[in-house]
Design a protein around this ligand. Structure first.
Ligand code: IDC
Length: 476
C-alpha cells in the first residue's frame, strides 16, 4: 500500500506544488494570513502510527487549504482521511477534501492518517498553510506578484489501483461513509450482505474453520457480525476472554476477505450508558489491536431501549473518540432508539436523529427489523430516512422479534428488495444452530463439521439465497 501511494504521490506532487499560495481565496495583497497547526500522534505500533492534524485559520476566510510539513527519513504517510495527503521524498502535502475546504477566520478542521516509520518517528515542528509558514499568529504579507501561469499538468488521481484479489475486502478495501452511502476505496457506493453470529457465550462452537469457509466460499458473504453480548453472561463475566474471542473472529474474517463488525451487543439493560466504562475499555483495546486492518467496522451499541436519543447520542459522543484515537479511519455504527428501530418502536422516528445527529463523520445509524413483526410502517420509515441518514441494517431476522415463530418469506423478500434498491447493507440474525426459527442451521449442526445446504433451516435457505447473489462491486 505504501509503495503504491508513494508513486501516486510522485505523480501529483508537482500539481500540488502549484496549488500553494494560489489556493487562497483571499488573494488580494491586503488579505491577512495566519495559521496554527497541531500535529498529534494518536497511536503508534511496531513500524506504524496514526496521526491527527488540526488546522486553525487565523487569517481571512479560506476556501481551500494545503498544509505542508517535512518528514524525517523513514516516515511515510500510507492512508489518509478528511484530506488528500501525498508525499514526495520528505515533503508531505495535505489538501482539503471536497467538504472541508472552507475555513472561516478562527475556524479549525482536522484530518488524520496512518503512516509507517522506521528508526524514529519525530513530530514535525514547522508547518505551512497555503505556502505560508504558520507562526500561530496573524501576519499581513507583502504583496506577492501574480505568479506566471504554469501549464496545467495532466490531471492525475490518487484513486487506488485496481484490486488484485476477488474477496469483498480485497476489492473494496477501507470503507468510508460518503453522503448517506457506504463507499468503497474507489469512492463508490456499495452494499454489504452477510450474517451475524448468535451470542458468542452460547454458540462458540458455530464459528470454526469449516463454518466460516462455508460462509465465505459458498454463501459468499461480504460481512460477518461478531455479536458479543455485554450482559446476559457475556463480556462482563470475562472481559479479556471475550475480547480475545472477538479478535480471533476478526482475524478469521480477514483471512477470508470478509468485513467484520465488532458488535458491543448491549440488550439488557437498554441504556448503553450503564456500560459506558465497559465500552470504553473494550473499544480502546479492540481498536488499537485491529487499527491496521481494513476489514473492521465497529458497532458501539446493539439495541438501545428505554433510553432517549439524547442519551444514546451522549454515549456515542464518548465512545467514538476512543475508537477514533486508536483506529481513526474505521466506519462506526451507532444504534438507534427503541431496539435500533430509528425510534419507531417507542413512538418516535428518525426525525429526532436528523435534527440532532451524532457530531462525527464516517458513522452510520443502525436499523434492525424482524420480518414477521415489522412491516409496512417500518419499511416506510426506512424509505423516508434513507435519503437523510446513512443507514446500516446490522441485524434482521426472517421471524418475529423473539427470534422464533413463523418464518415470513413474503415480508423478508419485501424488506430485502427495499434494502437492495437503496444499497443498504444487511446482516442476518443468526448464523447458528440455535433452537429457534431465525437460526440458519438445524439444531445440532455445530457439533459436526458439515455446514452444507442439507443442514440449513427454512430461514437459512432463504437468507443464503439472498446473501450469495453476485455483488458486482464498482471499482471505477
Ligand atoms: C435473542 C436470541 C435468543 C436469546 C435472546 C437473549 O435470538 O436466542 O435467548 O436474544 O435475550 C434482538 C437482539 C438479539 C435477540 C434477537 C431475537 O439484538 O439479541 O436475540 N433480537 O429476539 N433484537 C430484536 C430481536
Amino acid at each position: 500500500m505504501s509503495a503504491r501511494l508513494k508513486s501516486a504521490a510522485l505523480l501529483v506532487s508537482s500539481l500540488l506544488a502549484t496549488a500553494g499560495i494560489g489556493a487562497m481565496t483571499a488573494s488580494s495583497a491586503q488579505a491577512a494570513v495566519g495559521c496554527k497547526v497541531d500535529y498529534a500522534v494518536t497511536s503508534e505500533w511496531g513500524g506504524g502510527f496514526g496521526a491527527s492534524v488540526t488546522v486553525t485559520n487565523l487569517g481571512d476566510r479560506l476556501d481551500s487549504w494545503t498544509v505542508g510539513w517535512t518528514y524525517a527519513s523513514g516516515q511515510q504517510v500510507t492512508q489518509a482521511w478528511n484530506a488528500t495527503v501525498t508525499q514526495s521524498g520528505g515533503a508531505v502535502t495535505a489538501r482539503n477534501a471536497s467538504y472541508n475546504g472552507t475555513l472561516a477566520t478562527g475556524a479549525s478542521t482536522s484530518f488524520g492518517f496512518n503512516g509507517s516509520w522506521s528508526g524514529s518517528n519525530p513530530k514535525p515542528t514547522a508547518f505551512t498553510v497555503n505556502g505560508v509558514t504558520c507562526t500561530g499568529g496573524t501576519t499581513t504579507p507583502t504583496p506577492t506578484p501574480t505568479p506566471t501561469p504554469t501549464p496545467t499538468p495532466t490531471p492525475t488521481t490518487t484513486t487506488p489501483p485496481p484490486p488484485t484479489g476477488t474477496t469483498p475486502v480485497a476489492i473494496n478495501g477501507q470503507l468510508r461513509v460518503c453522503g448517506v452511502n457506504l463507499c468503497n476505496q474507489y469512492g463508490k457506493p456499495i452494499q454489504l450482505r452477510g450474517v451475524s453470529t448468535h451470542g458468542l457465550q452460547w454458540f462458540p462452537g458455530c464459528y470454526n474453520t469449516s463454518s466460516l469457509n462455508t460462509l465465505a466460499n459458498d454463501w459468499k458473504a461480504d460481512v460477518f457480525r461478531i455479536a458479543m453480548y455485554v450482559n446476559e453472561d457475556g463480556y462482563v463475566t470475562n472481559p479479556s476472554g471475550f475480547t480475545s474471542q472477538v479478535n480471533s473472529l476478526v482475524d478469521a474474517a480477514e483471512q477470508r476477505g470478509m468485513y467484520a463488525i465488532v458488535d458491543f451487543h448491549t440488550l439488557t439493560p437498554g441504556d448503553p450508558n450503564v456500560n459506558l466504562d465497559n465500552a470504553k475499555t473494550f473499544f480502546r483495546s479492540v481498536a488499537a489491536r485491529n487499527a491496521s486492518k481494513t476489514n473492521v467496522i465497529y458497532e458501539i451499541a446493539n439495541e438501545p431501549n428505554g433510553v432517549s436519543w439524547q442519551g444514546i447520542r451522549s454515549y456515542a459522543s464518548q465512545v467514538i473518540p476512543i475508537i477514533r484515537a486508536a483506529d481513526p479511519d474505521a466506519v462506526i455504527l451507532v444504534g438507534t432508539r427503541a431496539w435500533s428501530s430509528l425510534g419507531i418502536s417507542e413512538g418516535s422516528s428518525s426525525a429526532e436523529i436528523v435534527a440532532n445527529p451524532v457530531p462525527f463523520d464516517n458513522i452510520m445509524y443502525t436499523f434492525h427489523f424482524y420480518a414477521a413483526s415489522h412491516q409496512d410502517n417500518y419499511r416506510n420509515e426506512v424509505r423516508n430516512a434513507a435519503g437523510k441518514l446513512p443507514l446500516f441494517v446490522s441485524e434482521w431476522g426472517t421471524t418475529s422479534a423473539t427470534g422464533g415463530g413463523t418464518v415470513d418469506i413474503a415480508s423478508s423478500t419485501a424488506w430485502l428488495d427495499l434494502l437492495d434498491s437503496l444499497k443498504i447493507s444487511h446482516v442476518n440474525w443468526t448464523y447458528s444452530d440455535a433452537g429457534e426459527s431465525s437460526a440458519a442451521f438445524q439444531s445440532g449442526t455445530c457439533s459436526g463439521s458439515d455446514y452444507g445446504t442439507s443442514r440449513l433451516s427454512q430461514s437459512g435457505q432463504f437468507v443464503r439465497s439472498r446473501v450469495m447473489t453476485a455483488d458486482s462491486f464498482p471499482t471505477s
